[in-house]
Design a protein around this ligand. Structure first.
Ligand code: PEP
Ligand code: MG
Length: 567
């Protein structure tokens, strides 16, 4: 069995078609008439653009708009004036079009290939793809077309370029195997959009597997089984049927309301880190955003994002969501989220230290800039503000006072368009906040329980420390009591209570949350349909019975063992 990265779920069983790279060899020549050569170069660029746009059009039909944008990105890149200008400059110096374009492309590839950031490294793969595409046009050679692959084909390639992937007919391609690429590579994104099982980064796959080999691709686990025996094929055929059946079943929940077995409605929203993730929310059938982790806008850069940059980011998310709710959490840095240019001092105990709302309240300019950007964006959607790591009422009051201060300043300035009644909510993710939920609720517009931190702070244990990780469980009686209490206090004060920690998608916890009276579940976009299905299974009476039993139990072990039996 070969191991790789499972990048697109599902099982594919079929025959290998090896995508070999065509030879793009040429002998560099010195050109006599550079202007004529530039013309040849420009014509090749136009032809490349034309072909790529046609591929994008085909991709739009098979995989969707967003995937087609990858191909259109190639069109923008090759039109970059620096790229073409530099190639033309080299041609004027006497190089042939092939050599000129290759050297400009290689310069960009080297620049992008060695950076830490995976997204930037992806750029190098894009430019490699553009380079071979344009060289193929210049040399008049045809790149392999996968569009003619017969039914039951498993594509195998060193690297599956978007231009090759674009030709995929999803009725015939049952699996994809590559030697490079991770979960966020374009091949992975496309494979997922086309719902084709894919295993990427399989070491030396093109050396081990041959054209015509019979294989099983398990995209859920990241396994490739070559030459399987009859028993294994039977086993995986059953697995594939089960997977497809589950996928079909989940599809029934698309476009439906989120209701329990009694018909009580819940809000099922998503967690995002970047404005463009809102597209995944819409595609995944999420009903809005329950947590926008804004710290990602502050990471991977050298300086603070300006008010304008933040405003654009929040507005973008709001516009994509078209009026669906968008809860924006104010900056939650510190602890495990470091931002080098902010110059945070090294602390003995960063998780207990100067972080999140504590940092923002002491750095008012930075905080007010963010609040101003959020308020301005509130003219474009149903935006709410949420404060992280609240531990006492003073912090909530101070934060709210700053929101009012910014509103006043906006009124006095020329900006009058913002939601005067914007909701301000509290993340309940510290033990103290949960214990004083009765004190916080009358002054908050909503709660959202952050179980990731609440579990750690309640159990006084660091998830990263393997020696104490056994304590880190949301099923600990201490954590469950705080969750129940928070929801109860919210209900008594008439405010909605959501959950945006990972536990919101935990099928074992869902009946308890229904029983306690949670009103909103915020989960990752790909889990929406699964969670909607899970919620639909429970009636309030059944959920209450389970909750009653669980809350009478004394240990996590007992609770976990019992909940194992109910889902
Ligand atoms: C949480 O703590 O549960 C949470 C959702 O916030 P984060 O994971 O960003 O700390
Ligand atoms: Mg948190």
């Amino acid at each position: 069995m070969l191991k790789g990265t499972g990048a697109s779920e599902g099982i594919g069983i079929g025959t290998i078609m090896l995508i070999e790279e065509v030879s793009l060899d040429y002998t560099p020549t010195k050109v006599e008439d550079p202007e004529q050569e530039i013309l040849r170069f420009q014509e090749a660029v136009q032809k490349f653009i034309h072909e790529t746009e046609a591929q994008a059009e085909a991709l739009k039909a098979s995989a969707g708009e967003k995937e087609a944008e990858i191909m259109l990105g190639h069109v923008s890149m090759i039109q970059d004036p620096y790229m073409t200008g530099e190639a033309e400059r080299l041609i004027r110096e006497g190089q042939c079009a092939e050599a000129a374009f290759e050297s400009v492309s290689d310069m960009f590839i080297n620049m992008f290939a060695n950076v830490e950031d995976e997204m930037m490294r992806q750029r190098a793969a894009d430019i490699r793809d553009i380079k071979s595409g344009l060289l193929a046009v210049l040399l008049g050679v045809k790149e392999v077309k996968v569009s003619d692959a017969p039914a039951g084909t498993v594509l195998l390639a060193k690297e599956l370029t978007p231009s090759v992937t674009a030709g995929i007919n999803k009725d015939n391609i049952v699996g994809i195997i590559t030697e490079t690429g991770g979960k966020t590579s374009h091949s992975a994104i496309l494979a997922r959009a086309l719902e084709i099982p894919a295993v990427l980064s399989v070491e030396n796959a093109t050396g081990i597997l041959k054209n015509g080999d019979f294989v099983i691709v398990d995209g859920s686990k990241g396994d490739v089984i070559s030459d399987p025996d009859g028993e294994t094929v039977k086993e995986y055929t059953e697995k594939r049927e089960k997977f497809l059946q589950e996928r079909r079943e989940l599809e029934q929940y698309r476009g439906k309301k989120t209701v329990n077995a009694n018909g009580t409605e819940y809000e099922l929203v998503c967690n995002i880190g970047k404005p463009q993730d809102a597209e995944k929310v819409v595609a995944g059938d999420g009903e809005g955003v329950g947590l926008f982790r804004t710290e990602f806008l502050f990471m991977d850069r050298d300086a603070m994002p300006t008010e304008e940059e933040q405003f654009e980011a929040y507005k973008k998310a709001a516009l994509i969501l078209k009026g669906k709710p968008l809860i924006i959490r104010t900056l939650d840095i510190g602890g495990d989220k470091e931002i080098p240019y902010m110059g945070l001092a090294k602390e003995e105990n960063p998780f207990m230290g100067f972080r999140a709302i504590r940092y923002c309240l002491k750095n008012r300019d930075l905080f007010k800039t963010q609040l101003r950007a959020i308020l301005r964006a509130s003219a474009f959607g149903d935006i709410k503000i949420m404060f992280p790591l609240i531990t006492c009422l003073e912090e909530l009051r101070e934060g709210k006072a700053l929101v009012e201060e910014v509103k006043n300043e906006l009124r006095l300035s020329s900006v009058s368009e913002f939601n005067e009644n914007i909701d301000v909510g509290v993340m309940i993710e510290t033990a103290s906040a949960a214990v004083i939920a009765d004190v916080l609720a009358p002054e908050a517009d909503f709660f959202s329980i952050g179980t990731n931190d609440l579990t750690g702070y309640t159990m006084s244990c660091d998830r990263g420390n393997a020696d104490v990780a056994y304590l880190y469980s949301v099923l600990q009686p201490g954590v469950l009591r705080l969750i129940r209490r928070t929801i109860q206090c919210g209900r008594e004060n008439g405010i909605p209570v959501g959950m945006c920690g990972e536990a919101a998608a935990n099928p074992q916890l869902i009946p308890l949350l229904i029983s306690f009276g949670l009103t909103e579940f915020s989960v990752s976009a790909p889990s929406v349909l699964k969670v909607r299905k899970c919620i639909s299974k429970w009636s309030k009476t059944e959920a209450d019975k389970i909750a009653e039993k669980v809350m009478a139990m004394k240990t996590e072990e007992e609770i976990a063992a019992y909940l194992e039996t109910i889902v």
